[in-house]
Design a binder for this molecule. Structure first.
Ligand SMILES: [Zn+2]
Length: 179
């Protein structure tokens, strides 16, 4: 089974811009891309949707990415549409879009989540409690090593671990088996 996207497609999507490539790869390696799934499929076209955690506020609703691939085209010409709900996403050059393309470059089509599981609102509803729990703000007074200061809150943002990703994956599989 071949991968969905060639590295040529990623290069083309970021042509002229190295920053989104660098940032997108870092973002992907940190596991910030929460879900990637197939939204719709025809013989030639494949619509992919993804959720990407906000680095500025991980408890917020994530960015939504949409990628449409034309599978009938040659490598390098497969990406038909790129869109992200973030500000930079309007120009198709944001790190979330690049992270999604990197995921598609490393994933077999059969391993991309099933479309029946890709209701974004529902996905986020399932993911949120755990996701948020891992990023709970804590009062500085509760941290033994922090002397009391005027700023009452500190946000503790640990990196996303493989365990967290495995947990999310399990939720998705459960959700899939119910559909
Ligand atoms: Zn974006």
């Amino acid at each position: 089974m071949s991968k969905l996207l060639s590295i040529l497609d990623i290069a083309k999507a970021a042509v002229g811009f190295s920053r989104p490539l660098k940032k997108g790869e870092e973002y992907y390696e940190r596991g910030m891309l929460l879900v990637v799934g197939i939204k719709a499929k025809t013989d030639e076209k494949l619509a992919i949707q993804a959720l990407a955690a906000k680095t500025s506020g991980v408890m917020d609703k994530p960015h939504e990415i949409e990628v449409v691939l034309n599978l009938g085209m040659e490598a390098g010409d497969k990406v038909e549409k790129l869109q992200c709900s973030c500000k930079a996403g309007q120009s198709e050059k944001c790190k979330h879009v690049i992270a999604t393309l990197i995921h598609l470059n490393r994933t077999d089509e059969e391993d991309v989540e099933d479309p029946t599981c890709m209701d974004l609102e529902q996905q986020w509803g399932v993911l949120k409690p755990q996701h948020v729990q891992n990023f709970k703000p804590r009062r500085t007074q509760d941290l033994c090593h922090v002397a009391e200061r005027k700023t009452p809150f500190v946000q503790s943002v640990p990196p996303v671990t493989p365990e967290m990703r495995a947990k999310w994956k399990n939720i998705l599989i459960r959700c899939k088996s119910h559909s």
